[in-house]
Ligand binder design. Structure first.
Ligand SMILES: Cc1cc2nc3c(=O)[nH]c(=O)nc-3n(C[C@H](O)[C@H](O)[C@H](O)COP(=O)(O)OP(=O)(O)OC[C@H]3O[C@@H](n4cnc5c(N)ncnc54)[C@H](O)[C@@H]3O)c2cc1C
Length: 488
């Protein structure tokens, strides 16, 4: 019998347990969670007639690991695609909202005519974007910031007005310190392989020999590449939990880890049944800064490196608004707000327009994002002040006149890692340091991506490594027994 502990029951811990159970059916797994529920920053609040996502509200399907897990769980039919009606995003310009030009996806212009017609940028700003075609590729391999890459290739105006709000919003980060290699590696590759973003778009179109209409119509994020559970993200997390045999221990905080004399691991927690146990393997699936504290006693170097990955806090206000009050031109999936606009909010997502049946047909559920690395000082404000800011923004940007019919505020404290320039090297250093630490793995959003599919991928590959390590031990033991038998 192999004893394994997984610390943290967010999507990383849950999916690691799910895969481990299938790879090591005889293992005993304790899934240990500090809070009173599973899901971590994935949390759906259901209060009839509203279904409100307080944290993540969907997953990308292009990075396939989320979809693969869903299919393996046999629940693909419970997921839906975004509503086609308002499948586009807008950006704020001088206090008003304008559509992001067609085909401008994250930071790649793919439709030149749409860029030329866009009222968001000055004529020189638009021509500068088209001039990206002639910008020489950088020939050094060093990481750079998203700001540096975007200004270099697309110009300052395009960065300030489009790239900063779109990319900064996704990562709740400051683009001047956000690592290109860790967050937008696909565009670094485009520059390397094709000489630039527009050249890469032309090459793709040519190779496909057909126009990819979805790609050309998408703005901001590629909404055709997302999906969400009909019944909300917590339903998915609870379904993973329901499919597990692992023993789940809620309301159980782990304080640190220590080795026993025989190289097994013990966990310090108030639950003595668990703290008395010796584990063959412990997988830490918490935010990086928590993992850093937990492993301090077993690998202080890796702990110190992990602690250098900063996490920021944010708040989401959810407002139920009368649909009839929203200006028709403001209806879309989401509005991103450039830092240069000097407003108190980062973005507004009209979540009920993205996915059906989240509220009554005459109502819209808007999610207003605040804080992050761009406006950390706002997190010192009271809930009432943050809700008042969100309501004011809904009046100004959506045209709403009445107070919301329902409202709720959630804070996500130190939940979002910041992948600073050099993040990939830092992660490599942490992994190298951890190589010498036996029977311990660390997963979660501090490493290879903040998105749910990336967290699931790391959880799956780690589960495979853990299972392989036990398979190898069993093989070695069998060989040893065989040689003892023959020599004896
Ligand atoms: C507001 C917001 C919106 C987002 N939207 C999206 C989105 O739409 N799509 C997307 O793909 N990604 C999104 N993300 C990112 C994504 O949701 C997260 O990166 C991912 O869910 C992290 O999962 P995790 O399991 O690694 O960590 P967490 O969800 O942080 O889970 C860690 C768990 O560990 C537990 N824990 C902590 N300390 C201890 C301890 N000492 N002992 C025991 N347990 C402990 C915590 O209680 C928690 O349950 C969003 C993130 C935020 C904050």
């Amino acid at each position: 019998m192999v004893n394994i502990a997984i610390v943290g029951a967010g999507v990383s811990g849950l999916s690691c347990a799910w895969y481990l159970e299938r790879l090591l059916p005889n293992a005993h797994i304790d899934l240990i969670e500090a809070s009173d529920r599973v899901g971590g920053v994935i949390q759906t609040h259901t209060e009839s007639p509203f279904l409100a996502e307080l944290g993540a509200d969907n997953i990308a399907t292009l990075a396939p690991d989320g979809l693969k897990l869903i299919e393996a769980m046999g629940i693909r039919n419970e997921f839906v695609s975004p509503n086609p009606k308002y499948r586009f995003a807008q950006v704020v310009q001088a206090g008003r909202v304008y559509p992001i030009p067609n085909g401008f996806s994250l930071m790649q212009p793919t439709q030149m005519a749409a860029i030329l017609m866009s009222p968001i940028l000055s004529l020189s700003g638009r021509l500068r974007i088209l001039g990206e075609y002639f910008v020489k590729a950088r020939n050094i391999n060093e990481d750079e910031s998203v700001e540096s890459f975007a200004v270099r290739r697309l110009g300052r105006e395009c960065f300030d007005r489009l790239v900063e709000p779109i990319v900064g919003g996704i990562f709740t980060a400051r683009s001047e310190t956000l690592s290109m290699q860790a967050t937008m590696a696909q565009f670094v590759e485009m520059e390397k392989n094709h000489g630039g973003l527009i050249r890469a778009a032309f090459a793709k179109r040519k190779s496909e020999q057909r126009s990819d209409t979805m790609a050309r119509k998408a703005t901001g994020a590629r909404y055709d590449q997302f999906m969400a559970p009909k019944l909300g993200m917590s339903w998915w997390m609870n379904t993973i939990r329901a499919q597990l045999k692992s023993q789940l221990h809620l309301n159980t905080r782990v304080d640190n880890l220590a080795y026993t004399q025989n190289g097994k691991l013990k966990i310090a927690t108030a639950n003595t049944a668990l703290s008395d146990k010796e584990y063959d393997h412990v997988c830490v699936a918490t935010p990086g800064w928590v993992a850093s504290k937990l492993i301090d006693g077993v690998n202080s170097d890796a702990s110190a490196l992990l602690d250098r990955i900063p996490y920021v806090s944010s708040a989401v206000a959810i407002l139920a608004i009368r649909k009839s009050e929203i200006r028709p031109e403001s209806m879309c999936f989401g509005i991103v707000i450039p830092k240069v606009e000097n407003r108190d909010t980062l973005a507004i997502s009209l979540s009920s327009e993205k996915y059906a049946e989240r509220c009554p047909a005459d109502t819209v559920l808007a999610r207003v994002f605040m804080g992050g690395a761009v406006r950390p000082e706002l997190m010192d404000q009271s809930d009432e002040t943050l809700l008042a800011i969100a309501i004011k923004e809904s009046q100004s940007l959506l045209g709403v006149t009445s107070p919301p019919m329902w409202q709720r505020l959630i804070r996500w404290n130190c939940a979002m890692p910041q992948y600073l320039i050099g993040h990939c090297d830092a992660v490599q250093d942490i992994r190298k340091d951890l190589e010498s630490t036996k029977n311990l793995s660390i997963i979660g959003n501090a490493f290879d991506g903040v998105g749910i599919p990336q967290c699931i991928r790391l959880a799956r590959t780690t589960a495979e490594k853990i299972a392989n390590s036990f398979a190898l031990s069993v093989l070695l033991l069998a060989c040893l027994a065989r040689s003892l038998y023959f020599s004896g």
